[in-house]
Design a protein around this ligand. Structure first.
Ligand SMILES: NC(=O)c1ccc[n+]([C@@H]2O[C@H](COP(=O)([O-])OP(=O)(O)OC[C@H]3O[C@@H](n4cnc5c(N)ncnc54)[C@H](OP(=O)(O)O)[C@@H]3O)[C@@H](O)[C@H]2O)c1
Length: 271
């Protein structure tokens, strides 16, 4: 075992790491510390803050909308960007949406990249009053792909039993005592972390994205931007908040950008 005690005055060997000499051998410590911390952030957060690492992914139009009028889904990005989002799903322990997205889009939320289907994350829905339809794709597939519905302490017990019988796991959490309204995100994240989730992908919609940002629980934002505008009556990406709270804020810095055909992926990290 190499001991660092022999040299109490380590020299600086490069940015972010130091060189120690022990038994005549130079040992660099702290190499790639930032990358390692990022790779293990979910584990550290789970232990220290009882919550997973949270990545908010949003596909936005050129004018910062995520859906058309009346919350109708619309193709915003192309195939390459969609494939990137599915790859992110496969790297996540769980994927979370609000009940608004389930009612508007009836999504499946699995990873459908060839060969990676088995890497689909646990699907999680925030649904205070158990409005999720028994006919939805999520409930229909609950026996093959885990579905966790987070609901309030007060929601209907028979509805919960029906969903349970269809293979859904019901997780009861408190409702928020202060705005933004909805389930208490701290309690929801803690319940997910207790169940082993270290990396959570939040896929919207607008209200859920806005709540996560407002409560400060987003560690990274993946913004997939398409080239076309939707128009003023489209659904704003962060509900009541402008997207500039991320894109123009000193609280966020750009970690990476990538072109995906006509679309752009920008990854923001909390500064
Ligand atoms: N382009 C994209 O990347 C993308 C991705 C996903 C969705 N979308 C679009 O987004 C639209 C849906 O967005 P949305 O804003 O209507 O619905 P949403 O954000 O999916 O769901 C909002 C609902 O979730 C429930 N909820 C429970 N706890 C919450 C909390 N702490 N914070 C916020 N919500 C909480 C609330 O209903 P209860 O009070 O009943 O629980 C709330 O009304 C659709 O048009 C969909 O197509 C776009």
């Amino acid at each position: 075992m190499v001991s660092a005690i022999e040299d109490p005055n380590p020299e600086v060997a490069g940015q972010g790491h130091a060189r120690l000499r022990t038994s005549g051998i130079a040992v660099d410590v702290g190499l790639c510390a930032e990358e390692a911390a990022h790779d293990h952030a979910g584990h550290f957060l789970r232990v220290r803050e009882k919550r997973p690492f949270v990545i908010l992914k949003l596909a936005v139009s050129a004018d910062d909308k995520i859906a058309a009028t009346d919350r109708k889904p619309v193709a915003i990005t192309g195939e390459a960007a969609k494939a990137r989002a599915h790859l992110l799903r496969s790297h996540s322990d769980a994927i979370l949406v609000g009940i608004g997205t389930v009612l508007a889009d009836d999504p499946l939320l699995t990873c459908r990249l060839p060969g990676l289907e088995a890497q689909s994350p646990v699907r999680v829905v925030l649904d205070r009053a158990l409005r999720i339809p028994g006919t939805s794709k999520l409930v229909h597939s609950a026996r093959t792909h885990p579905l966790w519905v987070m609901t309030s302490d007060m929601s209907d017990a028979p509805a919960a039993m029906k969903l349970g019988a269809a293979g859904t796991q019901i997780i009861r959490v408190a409702t928020a005592k202060s705005p933004p309204p909805g389930l208490d995100l701290k309690a929801a994240l803690s319940a997910l972390s207790e169940r082993g989730i270290t990396r959570l992908m939040v896929e919207g919609g607008a209200k859920v994205a806005s709540s996560f940002i407002a409560c400060g629980y987003v560690d990274e934002v993946w913004l997939l931007r398409g080239p076309d505008a939707i128009g003023a009556d489209g659904v704003a990406a962060l509900d009541g908040q402008p997207l500039s709270v991320i894109t123009q804020s000193p609280r966020w810095s750009v970690r990476a950008t990538e072109s995906l055909d006509k679309d752009t992926l920008t990854i923001y990290r909390r500064a």
